[in-house]
Design a protein around this ligand. Structure first.
Ligand code: GTP
Ligand code: MG
Length: 198
């Protein structure tokens, strides 16, 4: 797949307004500010594709980027953003779990976590939803540039160990990633190429 050919198609406020369920798609989920939109831009080599921001809560709609007619990347709003009203948050939680359970074309979820605080409560919950419906998950420990390599690898090992203990390594994989340094792109591409195969 040529990820550099990605183009924006649509923003959907709710699942019902998403494109028809044909082909294959991969969703980018994670806490607000984890670096989802940045990762999509890094992957596609287009810094202007998905809007990013220092302020959490930048992405508020389900944004669809097409790689071609049948393969898509989906940028989801972040969860856990304190300034969003509780009712909105709860609605989003429901949306996300429904999306994981019901979206026929969803092949896998890239779950982004800031390497400085991985596996927060809501991350674990989302991970559990995915495992329940046997949805493959690839965790990106983002902003790896914030740590020295040894420390970054230490966190990576900790998360791997956690996944082993939870007996989910068959379904859940993990890597370090940095949009700033453009590190981990090849590894991510390998996973997405497998998931999006038609
Ligand atoms: P929401 O749309 O609010 O859910 O956030 P998001 O997950 O899409 O995060 P976004 O990509 O907008 O990035 C949030 C902030 O983190 C921005 O200020 C980015 O510049 C910064 N950021 C993203 N990736 C990296 C990275 O790899 N390294 C560093 N140092 N900063 C990053
Ligand atoms: Mg975003």
């Amino acid at each position: 797949i040529n990820f550099r050919k990605a183009y924006y198609v649509q923003s959907a406020p709710t699942l019902r307004e998403c494109p028809p369920e044909t082909g294959a798609e991969v969703a980018f989920a994670g806490r607000s500010n984890a670096g989802k939109s940045s990762a999509i831009n890094t992957l596609t080599g287009n810094g202007k594709l998905a809007r990013t921001s220092k302020t959490p809560g930048r992405t508020q709609m389900i944004n669809y980027f097409f790689l071609n007619d049948d393969q898509r990347l989906v940028d989801l709003p972040g969860y856990g953003f304190a300034k969003v009203p509780l009712a909105t948050k709860q609605k989003w939680d429901k949306h996300l779990s429904e999306y994981l359970q019901e979206r026929q074309t969803l092949r896998g979820m890239v779950l982004l976590m800031d390497i400085r605080h991985p596996m927060q409560e809501f991350d674990t919950m989302v991970l559990n939803w995915a495992v329940e419906v046997e949805m493959p998950v690839h965790i990106l420990l983002t902003k790896a540039d914030k740590f020295k390599r040894g420390k970054a690898n230490g966190t990576l090992l900790q998360v791997k160990k956690h996944l082993q203990e939870a007996q989910v390594e068959d379904l859940v994989s993990v890597q370090t990633f940095s949009s700033l340094k453009k590190e981990g792109v090849k590894e991510l591409e390998r996973v997405l190429n497998q998931w999006l195969a038609l």
